[in-house]
Design a protein around this ligand. Sequence first.
Ligand code: SIN
Ligand code: MN
Length: 223
Amino acid sequence: MDRLLPTEPSVMAPGAVHLPGWMDADLRVEFVTRCRAWGEASGGARHPRMRNGSSMSVAMVGLGWHWYPYRYSRTRDDGDGGRALAFPSWLGELSRRALVDAAVIDARVAADPEQFAPDVALINWYGPGATMGMHVDRDEVAPAPVVSFSVGATGVFRFGNPSGRGRPWVDMPLESGDVVVFGGPSRLAYHGVPRLAADTFDPAVGELLGRLNVTVRETGLTD
Ligand code: SIN
Ligand code: MN
């Protein structure tokens, strides 16, 4: 795939690293295949309902833990009540590798990248028009970073600061295969996806008309 956008790793904010093209085509295809299977096995991706009664435009599936506003549960409490699918160890290992690579670019992402012990993956499906408002990932009690994989359409990732929803922020287009890691001083930074870039897709993953994003995290929670 020819890239139109940044090709070099960059630091978006202290402890927030963009790794463009980190995933090769085989891995991107693997993500699509697995995410489809996980969606089916968990009874279909859900649009979480927010406290104000509206539903998120993004459809989600959790591995390891189920997330719904604003907590983690081992069971799909706002759905069919089934147990969340297991968090796969290969995904934890892959995320640790991405984190180690990010720490070479900015050591502030994690005190000890090798100790990253993720236990949850949240799979987000952005169909046409889906967005995600500015928010903080704060339902985890562990201070470990978030590792985020993107496949399919390009998403504009708005990465701000821990002080509030406003500026300063950067709008980083995330192409298929990009990885973002945020931790340390940016672990509680506001971020969101205000839009998908028009008419973008990754031919390597077939007719995927939308964007897949998988965030891998360490909850620090016990049953
Ligand atoms: C998220 O903030 O949980 C998702 C970010 C993304 O879709 O890139
Ligand atoms: Mn988030």
